[in-house]
Ligand binder design. Structure first.
Ligand SMILES: *[C@@H]1O[C@H](CO)[C@@H](O)[C@H](O)[C@H]1NC(C)=O
Ligand SMILES: *[C@@H]1O[C@H](CO)[C@@H](O)[C@H](O)[C@H]1NC(C)=O
Ligand SMILES: *[C@@H]1O[C@H](CO)[C@@H](O)[C@H](O)[C@H]1NC(C)=O
Ligand SMILES: *[C@@H]1O[C@H](CO)[C@@H](O)[C@H](O)[C@H]1NC(C)=O
Ligand SMILES: [Zn+2]
Length: 757
């Protein structure tokens, strides 16, 4: 965003709408007509809207034009460009692609498009030419290396002109790992979850202190694995992808299919929390105070490094100790999985050595912000975004989403060129440095928290667009559910044989099970992508959209090529979505949803559905194991029940008011819309969750044990988890405090829906 524009809007926004909505639009006259490049941009409206404009219903023909305007072949060619080169955060290609996004947005007819940069702490492995590369070695008794892990993933199609033989691509590494050369015995720690380490310690009496631990990827965020390993006393952590989690027996691996070959390696960050680690809570602007490097928190202090399963087999096949249980065993052919510590009798003198030389250094995160100003309520924003940075070619994560985002902006821009303009402002965000810890989006949200908190209706995230074509996988805040369903009902299923809408297919194939109202399931948001700062830092309603595979029959832990060098254009073009119809469908869905949010006189946000879900989460909490233990301790749920009932009651009354509002009453419509927009903020606690000051949503937050997953009532869940691990009677007071915060917050949410006076 152009700061001048922000100030312009701030100065002119006033709630004195009664005299005429025109007052709101005064800033258009003064808004700068040029974007960052100095090039003139398409002209935004200069005349204030009339009263008739303000009460005019959305043009019903736009929805069809938008949906039909999305062209699959354009998404394909966007992806061809975006995944042509490795584009990791902070790199010259990252900047080049940011400029491409900006220039395209300007050409597409957006009113402005601007690159916004932040200087932040990133992490990189040694350069290609550096003699010291990251490796893990098997040392014999004499200290000689019997095996050294691959430094880079080899190209799998030599002779082909595929881009995989590329020196620009970073070697596999885990961002923010500590560096060091360490030697020790190996212990197998399964997925490296809290319960895995507990099993080792309590059930198996295996002490990992001073050991190098090896964990398989999957189940939880890798940064949580690193934290658990460090807390347990491991001096280093090796992460590897087991075929059990990323391949299917007998099914073809890349380049012949979508499953992970033995050389494929998952890169990824280890950061806990989100945003630039040197400026927690504040934007990484030039004037920002930066925590000295030695004082940065949330980064591991042990070396952590990822390898593929060919390399992992060398170590795992000779381990000593007892054979693991069936749940712990992976699927490496010919390997009997053992806990260790150390190797078996024939290899007992051998050691493992990790040689890790990553470096944390300052680099630039490039965001691009594009804007189409609203015709009637320019001070209300619907934001659609995705990150742009990838660990490699990123053809799925995130470029599939960016390819869609660029087609969405093209069609919306074309409608604007043709004379339409949304009622509210539509902003597009292309975030930098997401892979490192949602950094670009987080810094921008921090910089404009006051503006965004006052004005943003919703944030729609489109990261991985297609990681399968079986069914939609959508997560979001419940007030958006109905609007999502209605958009999904307008989009034809890409499979012509089905001749139904994507909603119908979604409902039939729902992986979780339909809701009590007979709708397909929508999940809750954790911290897997850039929606998290919007929801957690400010309290903005948000949703996230993906097509996924049939998780009921394909028992893998994620899409196999995730963050490996083999995540190429070919993978998507040949195997995932030939012809790109699923990319097209999800783009249609998100575009239509954005249009509805930006263009409807009365916002299509449903607080009653939100309340219904809070009721549901409350009942699961009370009747689940956590609630039972609290009740056994004499903690009563009566007040929470009362707050939840009050919320339901207030939400139902509010909904009735919305449904019967006189749409020609501009002030009343604006008042109800504002209450709907700000409703989400009521769930935000400025103090944050315990030990997580910038994670503020009291109903949903990323789980403390798995950043990717979402907990409901995280404050209570965490306090109870803590008690189970350390039953100290004092800790019950902490649980009581968390419960009272939840009660207060839910009651607050109810009260923001009630009459003002
Ligand atoms: C991919 O990169 C190559 C080499 O830089 C370039 O010649 C080619 O035009 C690029 N393709 C696309 C689709 O951008
Ligand atoms: C950095 O950490 C050290 C050790 O905890 C502490 O003594 C020092 O005050 C910290 N410095 C800053 C600037 O935070
Ligand atoms: C150690 O493991 C290797 C590889 O599985 C095996 O061939 C060897 O027999 C094992 N030695 C002992 C003593 O179990
Ligand atoms: C629910 O509303 C009733 C009626 O206004 C009020 O007496 C009660 O205190 C509220 N419950 C909570 C938990 O605040
Ligand atoms: Zn992503």
């Amino acid at each position: 965003m152009n700061p001048k524009v922000v100030i312009g809007i701030a100065a002119t926004v006033t709630l004195a709408v009664g005299i005429g909505v025109g007052i709101l639009l005064g800033h258009f006259v003064t808004a700068p007509a040029t974007a960052g490049s100095g090039k003139p941009t398409a002209s935004a409206p200069t005349a204030p809207p009339s009263y008739l404009d303000a009460i005019k219903e959305a043009d019903a023909s736009i929805s069809g034009k938008l949906i039909n305007g999305i062209v699959a072949e354009n998404i394909r060619s966007n992806l061809m460009y975006l995944s042509n080169k490795s584009h990791v955060a902070g790199s010259p290609v990252s900047k080049e692609q940011a400029e491409w996004v900006r220039d395209n947005w300007l050409a597409q007819g957006l009113d402005s498009a601007k690159i916004v940069t932040y200087q932040v702490l990133l992490s990189y492995p040694p350069d290609y030419e550096d003699p010291k590369q990251n490796t893990i070695q098997l040392l014999n008794a004499a200290g000689d290396a019997e095996h050294t892990t691959q430094e880079r993933e080899p190209p799998l199609e030599p002779g082909n002109d595929n881009p995989v033989a590329d020196n620009d691509i970073l070697a596999p590494f885990n961002a923010y790992s500590a560096d060091g050369e360490i030697e020790g015995d190996l212990v197998y720690v399964n997925y490296g979850r809290v319960e895995d380490f507990q099993e080792l310690e309590r059930v198996l009496s295996i002490d990992v202190t001073g050991k190098i631990c090896i964990a398989r990827y999957a189940k939880i965020y890798r940064g949580d694995k690193a934290t658990n390993a460090e807390k347990a006393g491991c001096i280093g952590l090796i992460l590897y992808s087991d075929p059990k989690d990323y391949a299917v027996e007998g099914a073809a691996v890349y380049p012949d299919g979508i499953y992970l070959p033995g050389t494929g390696t998952q890169r990824g960050s280890l950061m806990l929390g989100s945003g630039d680690p040197r400026t927690p809570g504040y934007p990484a602007v030039e004037s920002a105070y930066r925590v000295p490097l030695s004082n940065v928190t949330g980064l591991p202090s042990i070396p952590v490094h990822p390898i593929g399963y060919n390399d992992a087999a060398v170590f795992l096949s000779i381990m000593g100790g007892d054979e693991v249980t069936a749940e712990w065993a992976g699927n490496l052919p010919g390997v009997t999985y053992r806990y260790g510590p150390g190797f078996n009798a024939s290899n007992v003198d051998k050691k493992v050595k990790m040689n890790i030389y990553n470096e944390n250094r300052m680099a630039t995160a490039y965001n691009v912000i594009g804007t189409i100003k609203g015709s009637v309520e320019p001070d209300r924003y619907v934001i659609i975004g995705n990150h742009r940075d990838a660990w490699g070619y990123g053809a799925i994560d995130p470029s599939s989403g960016t390819a869609c985002l660029m087609e969405m902006s093209r069609v919306i821009g074309q409608l604007v060129k043709d004379g339409w303009r949304p009622r509210r402002t539509i902003m597009f965000g292309s975030w930098g440095a997401e892979e490192y810890g949602l950094i670009g989006s987080n810094e921008w949200v921090e910089e404009y928290a006051k503006n965004l908190g006052a004005r943003t209706v919703a944030y729609l995230n489109q990261d991985i667009a297609v990681k399968g074509t079986f069914v939609l996988e959508i997560a979001g805040t419940p007030n958006l559910y109905n609007a999502i369903y209605s958009a999904a009902r307008k989009v034809a299923d890409p499979d012509p044989k089905l001749s139904q809408t994507v909603y119908d297919t979604w409902k039939e194939r729902d992986l979780v099970g339909n809701t009590v109202d007979g709708h397909p399931h929508i999940g809750t948001l954790g911290s897997g992508s850039d929606y998290a700062p919007f929801l957690q830092v400010v309290g903005i309603s948000a949703a996230d959209f993906t097509y996924t595979y049939d998780k009921k029959t394909i028992l893998i832990s994620g899409y196999p090529m995730y963050h490996s060098v083999y995540e190429t254009f070919k993978l998507v073009d040949m195997y995932y979505d030939p012809g790109f119809p699923y990319h097209r469908a999800i783009t249609q869905l998100v575009s239509e949803l954005a249009r509805n949010l930006a263009d409807s006189v009365v916002l299509p946000m449903d607080v009653a559905v939100y309340a219904e879900h809070v009721q549901e989460y409350y009942v699961s909490l009370r009747e689940g194991s956590v609630g039972k233990k609290m009740i056994a301790e004499g903690i009563m749920f009566d007040d929470m029940q009362s707050a939840v009932n009050n919320l339901t009651d207030a939400a139902n009354k509010f909904k009735a008011k919305v449904e019967s509002v006189d749409k020609t009453d501009v002030l009343m419509v604006r008042m109800l819309n504002d209450q709907m927009t700000l409703f989400e903020r009521a769930f935000s606690d400025p103090q944050g969750l315990p030990d997580r000051p910038f994670v503020r949503h009291i109903v949903f937050a990323p789980s403390s044990r798995d950043n990717y997953a979402s907990d409901k009532f995280p404050g209570i869940v965490d306090a109870m988890f803590d008690i189970e691990n350390n039953p100290d009677p004092e800790k019950w007071n902490f649980v009581k405090k968390q419960l009272s915060i939840v009660i207060y917050t839910i009651q607050s949410a109810a009260s923001v829906l009630m009459e003002v006076a």
